[in-house]
Design a protein around this ligand. Structure first.
Ligand SMILES: [Zn+2]
Length: 382
C-alpha cells in the first residue's frame, strides 16, 4: 500500500491546512473549512457544517455509499498559539528541510488529517475501494477543551459510527487510554495577626504548606492501571499572604490531579479532601473551587477495532506497533465516554513534537500514516 501513497500529495494537503492560521485562543476555524472541502470534494464527499458559536466551525464530511459501516476520523483543526520570537521557521509556511515538514499543526494534528485524506486518494491509485464509509469530523476547539467542537457535536447527537480513528501524534502507536484531569483552587483560610506574634493568629501559608506536603506525598490508592500508571497530584502554583509583617489570612494552591478511568469530578475532589482532612489539624480550614475537569477514558485493548488497526499497521510497517496509554486528554474521551464509540488515537508525529517552537513532522511518517489508514479503510467492515 505504501507504494501507492504520493508523498508530494500528502505534503501539499498538510501545507494547505497549515497555511490557514487557526490558533486557539482566540480560535477561528471557519476559513480552514474551505481548504478541507477542497481536498475532500474530488472524493465525492457530502458536507455538513456545524457552528455552535460564530467562527467556531466544524466540518462533517462523509465519503461513502451510505449503506456500509461508518468509520469516523476525528481530527481537530485548531492549533496552539505561536510565539513568534521562538520560531526560526515560518509557522504557516510548510517548509521542508532534511525530510521534516515544519509549521504549527504539522504534528498536532493537521498532518494526521492530511494523511487520512491522502489514504482515500491512495486507495483510488491502488484501484481499491474502502470497505466502509468514512465520516471525517474535522473539528474546532480541541486545544481548549472541545466545548465548541467534539463535545458539542456529541451533545447534538451528530457523532455516530462503528469506530473512530483519531490521528493525533502518537508515533503511530495505538493509544487506547488517557488519564483525566481535575484542576482546582484549594483556598486555605487563616486568621491574621501581627507578624511579630505569629502564634496569635493562624497562618494560611503555614497551613497550606502542610497541604502541599500531604498532596505531593499522596498515594491515591487502588491498583496501578496497566497503561496509565497511578493517579498523581501536583501543586503547580501557590499564592498567599499580604506582607511580611502580617500572619497570612489566605493562601491559594493550584491543584492539578490526574485521574484514572472511573474517577468523577466529585470523586476527585473527595480524594483531595480526604488527604487534607487526614492531616488532622483543627486550625486547617479550606474550600475547593473546581476550575477544569476532563474525565479519563479507555478502550479495552482486546476490542476488535484495536486488532484491525494493528493488522493494518503491521501490514504496512512490517511490525506490530505498541498499544499505549497517554497521560493527557484528547477529544477521544468524548467519543469513547459520551458517544460510546470504540476510539483509538494513532497518528504520525511524536507528542514531543507537538506544541513546540519549530513544530515538525517527518514526511516519511506522513506517508506511513496514509498507507496504514488506507489499509484500514480497505479492510474495516465494522
Ligand atoms: Zn492535538
Amino acid at each position: 500500500m505504501r507504494a501507492f501513497v504520493d508523498a508530494d500529495s500528502v505534503v501539499e494537503l498538510t501545507r494547505a491546512l497549515v497555511a490557514v492560521d487557526t490558533q486557539n485562543p482566540p480560535g477561528d476555524e471557519r476559513e480552514v473549512l474551505g481548504v478541507c472541502r477542497d481536498m475532500l470534494d474530488p472524493l465525492g464527499a457530502t458536507f455538513e457544517e456545524f457552528e455552535p458559536a460564530p467562527g467556531r466551525a466544524s466540518l462533517l464530511a462523509t465519503v461513502g455509499t451510505g449503506d456500509r459501516p461508518v468509520l469516523i476520523v476525528n481530527g481537530h483543526l485548531d492549533v496552539v498559539p505561536v510565539h513568534r520570537p521562538g520560531w526560526t521557521r515560518d509557522p504557516f509556511g510548510g517548509e521542508i528541510d532534511d525530510g521534516k515538514l515544519y509549521g504549527r499543526g504539522t504534528a498536532d494534528m493537521k498532518g494526521g488529517i492530511a494523511a487520512a485524506v491522502e489514504a482515500l486518494y491512495t486507495l483510488r491509485r491502488a484501484g481499491r475501494e474502502p470497505a466502509c464509509d468514512i465520516a471525517f469530523h474535522l473539528v474546532a476547539d480541541e486545544e481548549r477543551g472541545g466545548g465548541y467542537g467534539t463535545r458539542a457535536l456529541v451533545e447534538s447527537g451528530k457523532v455516530a459510527g462503528a469506530a473512530c480513528l483519531v490521528p493525533e501524534p502518537t508515533g503511530m502507536a495505538l493509544c487506547v487510554a488517557e488519564r483525566g484531569l481535575f484542576v482546582a483552587d484549594l483556598i486555605v483560610h487563616g486568621r491574621p495577626a501581627h507578624g511579630s506574634e505569629p502564634r496569635n493568629g493562624i497562618s494560611a501559608v503555614e497551613e497550606a504548606a502542610k497541604v502541599v506536603l500531604a498532596l505531593h506525598a499522596a498515594d491515591f490508592g487502588g491498583p496501578e492501571h496497566q497503561l496509565l500508571g497511578r493517579p498523581t497530584c501536583n501543586i503547580g502554583m501557590i499564592n498567599g499572604g499580604t506582607g511580611h509583617n502580617t500572619v497570612a489570612e489566605r493562601c491559594v494552591l493550584k491543584v492539578d490531579r490526574r485521574l484514572l478511568p472511573g474517577d468523577t469530578a466529585a470523586s476527585a475532589e473527595a480524594s483531595v479532601r480526604a488527604l487534607v482532612d487526614a492531616i488532622g489539624d483543627p486550625d486547617l480550614r479550606y474550600d475547593i473551587e473546581m476550575e477544569v475537569f476532563g474525565e479519563a477514558s479507555e478502550l479495552d485493548p482486546s476490542h476488535p477495532f484495536v486488532a484491525q488497526l494493528q493488522a493494518a499497521a503491521s501490514a504496512v510497517l512490517g511490525e506490530a506497533v505498541p498499544v499505549i496509554g497517554m497521560r493527557f486528554t484528547t477529544d477521544a474521551r468524548f467519543v469513547r465516554n459520551q458517544a460510546g464509540i470504540a476510539s483509538v488515537v494513532c497518528g504520525p508525529g511524536e507528542i514531543a513534537q507537538a506544541h513546540i517552537n519549530d513544530e515538525w513532522v517527518e514526511v516519511a511518517r506522513l506517508v506511513d500514516a496514509a498507507a496504514v489508514y488506507a489499509e484500514l479503510f480497505s479492510t474495516f467492515s465494522g
